[in-house]
Design a protein around this ligand. Structure first.
Ligand code: ATP
Length: 437
């Protein structure tokens, strides 16, 4: 049974993220802008670690997936063809009394949760941000901020498959920003209007579609376990007929047990040949594939894995947050996987004398080309450890009086608080092993 989470955990996380330089509200000194977030020094490192690890797992560690980085602004017809202009909508209701707007599927009944007023009938609201390209703001210049990165992959299918000399099955991966004018954003970075996606579209023979869907389901679940997320807080949710997009054959979400309930963090969908067929019809370009082995020609089916960077970040923060009592004092600790942690090790001289700061600085210089480390000599060492615990730093390296005699240091583990002595010369390999396994 998954652990029931404390209801005020989200408030604690928002305040920790602000205090420790992970995430701030956008344009805060102007009073903030709703549903947009800025990542600070620790946040940007952590987010980058999540993206880098995903990218490595998708591209560097395999030979069947290529990367792209497509433009955010695309030909407006792409969004007609994909169906977004017509049907990328959510049902919206208005309160007749206080005029607030809600996503109809977030509301039960016909009464406004804010003021008790009556709600209107639901209307469809398109979630795409519209803008204009060039100096003339007319209908002909309309274009959109992409609401997903996937279309940038589909329209580049031919461009990639040729030069990369890939054969089906193969995939194309992309990480990038997406924009949705969400009706009710919220729950911190869970649902915002500007966010990042990590998407991989895998092109397969239609006969093998369900096998590859199963493969990617398992593979993606394993990835969340590899970044340290607890098994009991993850599950699959299969879309029933009502939820299934009209073009999809089978679809699963990976869900996480957030303090506000089980919610989607990634979609793994069998999109059939819908996307390539539609783009082929709209452009007249042949997007079929000839399989040399079986001598068959077909439009590839697409198995999509679509994850949110920001949601993954939130999952890591929620899953890692712990409070415990140590020697009568509350300790807040972010148990982030070392691969994801923004700072890998802090380097602390026990006291600011006897050459300890100089040695600690030397160690910092030695480690910096390999890891993101942090030198800290201010305050009692216990206090310095606590600050790093809260920021999720997995290791603390302390220079003490024994260092002066035998060139060893203590390495403190964030989670167990155990300390082991290592030779300074061995630190790089010890840390590499502890971080990457
Ligand atoms: P939801 O039902 O929560 O709106 P969705 O089914 O519309 O999500 P997809 O279109 O499948 O989401 O997008 C893939 C992934 O992109 C999601 O699993 C999520 O991680 C991320 N994502 C989608 N919308 C947002 C958003 N508004 N803010 C942050 N991340 C998002």
């Amino acid at each position: 049974m998954a652990k029931k989470r404390e209801p005020d955990l989200m408030d604690k996380l928002v305040s920790l993220c602000k205090r420790r330089g992970f995430i701030f509200q956008s344009s805060e000194i102007y009073g903030g802008i709703n549903s947009c977030w800025d990542y600070g020094p620790f946040g940007v490192e952590m987010k980058r670690n999540i993206k880098d690890y995903w990218w490595k797992c998708m591209t560097q560690y395999r030979d069947d997936i290529e990367g792209v980085d497509a433009a955010i602004l695309m030909h407006p017809q792409v969004w007609e063809t994909s169906g977004h202009v017509e049907s990328f909508t959510d049902p919206m209701v208005d309160c007749k009394k206080c005029k607030q707007r809600f996503r109809a599927d977030d509301i039960e009944g016909f009464i406004c949760p804010a003021c008790g007023g009556q709600l209107t009938q639901a209307r469809r609201f398109n979630l795409m941000f519209k803008t204009h390209m060039g100096p003339v703001e007319d209908e002909a210049s309309v274009c959109y901020l992409r609401p997903e990165t996937a279309q940038g992959i589909y329209v580049n299918f031919l461009n990639v498959i040729g030069p990369a000399r890939q054969k089906i099955p193969f995939g194309i991966a992309q990480i990038g920003k997406a924009f949705r004018n969400e009706i009710s954003p919220g729950n911190f970075i869970f649902r915002s209007r500007e966010f990042e996606q990590m998407e991989m579209q895998y092109f397969v023979n239609p006969r093998d579609d369900e096998r590859w869907l199963e493969y990617w389901k398992e593979e993606r679940m394993r990835w969340y376990l590899a970044i340290g997320i607890k098994d009991e807080n993850l599950k699959f949710h299969q879309h029933d007929k009502k939820e299934l997009a009209f073009y999809a054959k089978t679809a699963y979400d990976i869900e996480y047990n957030f303090p506000f309930g089980w919610k989607e963090i990634e979609g793994i969908h069998n999109r059939t040949d819908y996307d390539l067929s539609r783009h082929s019809q709209a452009t007249g370009k042949d997007l079929s594939y000839f399989d040399e082995k079986s001598k068959e020609r077909f439009i590839p089916y697409i198995i999509e894995t679509s994850a949110g960077v920001d949601r993954t970040m939130l999952v890591c923060l929620v899953d890692g947050y712990h409070e415990e009592i140590v020697k009568g004092e509350k300790r807040v600790v972010l148990r982030l996987d070392p691969k994801i942690a923004p700072i890998k090790a802090s380097i602390l001289p026990l006291v600011n004398r006897d050459n300890m700061p100089e040695i600690a600085k030397k160690i910092e210089k030695m480690l910096r080309p390999h890891f993101n480390v942090f030198y800290d000599d201010s305050g009692a060492v216990g206090r310095r450890y606590r600050r790093q615990d809260e920021a999720g730093t997995p290791f603390g390296i302390t220079v003490d009086s024994q260092t002066l005699q035998d060139e060893t240091v203590t390495l403190r583990e964030r989670d167990s608080m155990e300390q082991t002595r290592y030779r300074i010369d061995d630190l790089i390999s010890v840390l590499n092993k502890k971080i990457w396994g």
